[in-house]
Write a protein that binds this ligand. Structure first.
Ligand SMILES: [Zn+2]
Length: 287
C-alpha cells in the first residue's frame, strides 16, 4: 500500500495544554489525514482534516467557541480535495474513509468524498446520532459536517468479530481486520473520544505505520509517557482510559521503535513525513 501523510489546515494552542510541563507559547497542530492507496481497494483515507465547512459551521455560537479556543488556518491549496488532485485522485475515486473519531477536525471534508464507504467504531457515532444541537459543542461534534447519506454508506466495525493480534502488536491484543485482507488493522484507543480507532497499515517497503489519532497530541507525549495538562480531563469522556491508552502507546513505541507511530496533530512527526511531496497543482496545470 502506498501511504502519504498529509494535513488539511492547522490550529494553534498553547503547548502546555497538549503536554504536561510544555511551554506556554502557542504551537501548530496540523489536522492530519492519510492517503492510503491499496492495490485492490484503490485510494482510501484515514480521516480528512479541516475544510471550508468547518468555518461555515463555526460562524455562530455555540460552535464559534471552537474557533476562539483553537484558531484555525486553512489555505485553499491545503484543502483535502486539492491535495488529492495533486496525486491524481478524484473525490469519487476514494473507496473508503476510516474515521478515527467524530471531532470536527477529523471529519470536516467527509461531504467532499462522494462515493466512499465510511468505516468507524459503532460506539464512536451511536451517542452522536440523535444528539440535540446545543449538546454538540461538548463533543466537538458538528452535525453539518455529516453527509446526508452518511448512514447508507456507513460500514460500522463489527465488534463481534475481533482478531487476536500477535505478540508483535503487544500490548495491543485485540484488533479488527477492516478490509478482510489483513492490510488495515483497526484498534480501539479509548479515552480521548468514545470509540476512537487507530489503524496499523504497512507501506510498499513493508514499513509499519500506526495512526493513533488523538490518543496523544504530540509524539513526545508517547515517548515520555507524558499526558496533557490536567484541564483536558474536562474534555475527555474517560481520562483514566486516556492515561492507560497513552501508557500502552509508550510501551508499544519503546518495544517497537521501527514502527512509525503517528499522532494526528504532531507537527514535528507530520513534517518529517513530508519528504515525499506531491507535485503541486500549479505544476500539474501548467501546459
Ligand atoms: Zn479529537
Amino acid at each position: 500500500m502506498k501511504i502519504n501523510i498529509l494535513h488539511a489546515g492547522y490550529c494553534t494552542a498553547p503547548e502546555h495544554i497538549a503536554i504536561h510541563g510544555g511551554h506556554w507559547r502557542n504551537i501548530r497542530f496540523p489536522a492530519m489525514f492519510a492517503l492510503l492507496q491499496h492495490p485492490h481497494f484503490g485510494p482510501m483515507l484515514f480521516d480528512t482534516g479541516y475544510s471550508h465547512r468547518f468555518f461555515d459551521e463555526t460562524k455562530k455560537f455555540p460552535n464559534r467557541f471552537h474557533r476562539w479556543i483553537t484558531p484555525v488556518t486553512l489555505h485553499e491549496e491545503d484543502l483535502l480535495i486539492n491535495q488529492l488532485a495533486a496525486y491524481g485522485v478524484r473525490p469519487q475515486d476514494v473507496s473508503r474513509v476510516f474515521i478515527s473519531h467524530f471531532h470536527a477536525d477529523h471529519i470536516a471534508s467527509l461531504p467532499d468524498i462522494t462515493r466512499s464507504r465510511y468505516i468507524y467504531m459503532p460506539h464512536a457515532y451511536a451517542h452522536l446520532r440523535n444528539l440535540p444541537p446545543f449538546e454538540g459543542i461538548k463533543h466537538a461534534f458538528m452535525r453539518g459536517l455529516i453527509p446526508n447519506d452518511f448512514d447508507d454508506r456507513s460500514q460500522e466495525v463489527d465488534l463481534s468479530k475481533p482478531t487476536l493480534l500477535s505478540e508483535k502488536y503487544a500490548p495491543f491484543r485485540k484488533g479488527y481486520d477492516l478490509l478482510g485482507d489483513g492490510s488495515v488493522m483497526g484498534v480501539e484507543l479509548p479515552g480521548h473520544a468514545l470509540g476512537q480507532m487507530g489503524i496499523f497499515v504497512r507501506d510498499e517497503a513493508e514499513k509499519l505505520f500506526f495512526f493513533v489519532a488523538d490518543a496523544a497530541w504530540l509524539k513526545r507525549s508517547i515517548l515520555e509517557n507524558r499526558p496533557p495538562h490536567r484541564i483536558t480531563n474536562l474534555l475527555f469522556p474517560d481520562p483514566a482510559a486516556y492515561r492507560e491508552t497513552l501508557g500502552n502507546l509508550h510501551t508499544y513505541q519503546l518495544t517497537h521503535p521501527e514502527t512509525l507511530v503517528i499522532p494526528s496533530h504532531c507537527d514535528e512527526t507530520i513534517r518529517a513525513q513530508k519528504s515525499d511531496l506531491a507535485p503541486t497543482l500549479t505544476i500539474l496545470t501548467r501546459p
